[in-house]
Design a protein. Structure first.
Lengths: 310, 290
């Protein structure tokens, strides 16, 4: 670019550069919207054919998954239920621990301890999901297997899973959502103005009463956000639980080997073709619908929270 | 906070004591899990790491195990992804923060950016396989393009935060002495926002290094090393597995020793990334400088 320091000089050239710059930035910004549109389109385009071929009711509401049988059956009811129940249980375990840890970091712990705990939690958030899977498969599954052997030693009907079962997967997921829940809750707890706590303490409430009756309710919208983000992370996680949850499609009972929406895709996408492959895309579509639903709910909450803060 | 919040003798309520115990127990459990996982992977994996492991590809003939091919693949994917995602992400943030007027378009773009960051990686994997994979098959390029969409929100959001932290006086001063808007962005805003942009890039690297589900069906799993320069560039159009993919495959085969070795390498990278973002955040705090 020419450096000319006159207000009369190349105004036209400058105007062109300005317009071009603005155009490029607008294009960049449009990329995100475009990407979402294309992803939506492709998920629908590839997931829908199987629905027409097999039938929506057959896929969603029957429970026999036998794509390789002579008379193939593509019911994914157990898979959907596994994802819902597994995620719910993981959230029920992970969220209380996460929120209480956040309370510890934001309210209770001395500064020196916070300086250790908080970076550790942030570090946990960056650990690749396969490492959680590795720990689950190497440590949790053998433990579960021992428990299984002990619990079902007299049972003749139980199918032994080697410890790869719903409980193992739920525990891995519960640990995986911890960092998200802790980080988001901590920052929302820290954002509660000091005077609210002071007022409560001045009225004679104990510190614990203040935390549970004043601070946590005040930070509630942030905590809900943390929970919803945790749900999103748990329902979308694939690699960490593929090996931990077992590999056969079963009813989501604690000691059954189960398949989640995500793991169903991972374990079969590599080699399938034809209708079987299209049904896998439909599974992806179901997962996508769940995620979009969670996203919309999240946005609603965030907006509400922003209004409440204002 | 003050310990004595009562003027009379302190009596601890039972419910208080129970809740305190729960809080301490949760925090202890969380810390135990974190340290447990990290230490365990280190202890099990560190013995696996040696020069052959890091600098050669696995060889059946010699019977050695090496992850150099996977390291190179990971680096190539990082470079390609960032080459595309950084300009687009930064440009998007500049538009949102400097040009756009609040309205439907901005709401739409911000909503879609949020949505992108909420989509799980397995969906990206499926999409990448159907969209980019149709053209380039299982290849490093397919993987990198898929990841580009995935890390886009990360870079956009960090840049946006950084731009918001640049004081308005910088803009006014620059425009006031006659700079055009683009000139102001180029010479004043971007340099001031650089730490935020770099933080976004580092976080994106972290995400790419840790990613597995989005790569399994896009970039594939090959772990060989390129033998010549031509082969190296040709590799972009061939299948290539990153460290995480290799870890996953080893784990599926029950080769836990190797898996822990790779896990250890990954954890070291994560630690480095964490440390460098911390360092950047402290060193270049624009808002603190005023």
């Amino acid at each position: 670019m020419k450096e000319v320091y006159s207000i009369k000089s190349n105004r036209k050239e400058k105007a062109v550069v300005e317009t071009v710059a603005q155009g490029i930035f607008t294009l960049c910004a449009a990329c995100a919207a475009l990407a979402v549109a294309v992803i939506c389109f492709y998920m629908i385009k590839n997931g829908t054919p199987a629905i027409f071929k097999v039938g929506l009711k057959e896929i969603l509401f029957t429970s026999t998954w036998a794509p390789a049988a002579a008379e193939p059956s593509y019911g994914i009811l157990w898979i959907i239920l596994t994802s819902i129940i597994g995620t719910t249980l993981a959230v029920l375990i992970g969220v209380p621990i996460g929120v209480l840890t956040a309370v510890f970091i934001a309210e209770v712990a001395p500064k020196k301890l916070v300086a250790v705990v908080q970076p550790a939690v942030e570090l946990l958030a960056g650990v690749p999901s396969v490492i959680y899977g590795l720990m689950g498969a190497y440590i949790l599954n053998p433990l579960m297997y021992k428990l299984e052997l002990w619990l079902f030693k007299d049972s003749s009907t139980h199918q032994f899973t080697g410890g790869a079962n719903l409980i193992s997967a739920v525990l891995v997921l519960a640990v995986m959502i911890l960092p998200t829940v802790i980080n988001v809750s901590t920052s929302s707890l820290k954002a509660v103005p000091l005077h609210m706590r002071s007022a409560s303490l001045a009225l004679g409430a104990s510190k614990i009463q203040t935390i549970f009756k004043v601070t946590i309710p005040a930070a509630w919208s942030g905590i809900i956000t943390a929970i919803v983000l945790g749900v999103g992370r748990a329902i979308g996680e694939a690699m960490a639980i593929t090996l931990v949850s077992g590999s056969s499609v079963n009813a989501p009972l604690p000691f059954n080997s189960v398949r989640f929406l995500t793991t169903a895709i991972v374990s079969e996408m590599g080699y399938t073709e034809g209708i079987h492959r299209q049904v896998l895309f439909t599974i992806g579509q179901v997962l996508f619908v769940f995620i979009m639903f969670i996203n919309v709910v999240l946005t609603k909450i965030l907006k509400k929270g922003a209004q409440a803060d204002a | 906070m003050h310990k004595e919040n009562s003027i009379c003798g302190r009596k601890i309520r039972k419910s208080d004591a129970v809740l305190y115990a729960l809080i301490y127990a949760s925090a202890a459990l969380a810390v135990f899990l974190i340290l447990g996982i990290i230490l365990y992977v280190f202890v099990r994996g560190v013995g696996q790491i040696n020069w052959t492991f890091l600098t050669t590809a696995s060889s059946f003939l010699k019977g050695t195990v090496g992850i150099a091919g996977n390291i190179v693949n990971t680096l190539i994917i990082i470079v390609i992804t960032l080459l595309i995602a950084t300009p687009v992400g930064v440009g998007s943030a500049i538009y949102l923060n400097e040009y756009a007027h609040p309205g439907k378009l901005v709401t739409l773009i911000e909503f879609t950016t949020e949505t992108l960051s909420g989509i799980p990686s397995i969906i990206y994997g499926l999409f990448g396989m159907m969209f980019f994979g149709k053209i380039w098959g299982y290849s490093i390029l397919t993987g990198a393009l898929t990841l580009t969409i995935m890390v886009l929100p990360l870079i956009t959001r960090n840049t946006q935060e950084a731009l918001k932290a640049v004081p308005a006086s910088y803009r006014q001063g620059s425009l006031g002495i006659g700079a055009t808007k683009w000139y102001m962005i180029r010479t004043v805003l971007l340099p001031s926002a650089m730490p935020g942009i770099v933080t976004g890039i580092i976080l994106a690297i972290g995400r790419i290094v840790g990613e597995s589900a989005a790569l399994l069906f896009t970039a594939g799993s090959d772990g060989k090393l390129a033998k010549s320069m031509a082969a190296f560039f040709g590799k972009i159009f061939e299948s290539g597995g990153t460290l995480t993919i290799e870890l996953y495959l080893r784990m599926s085969n029950g080769e836990y020793q190797v898996a822990f070795g790779i896990g250890c390498v990954l954890l070291i990278i994560v630690l480095l990334i964490n440390a460098s973002t911390k360092f950047l955040a402290q060193k270049f705090d624009v808002s603190a400088k005023g």
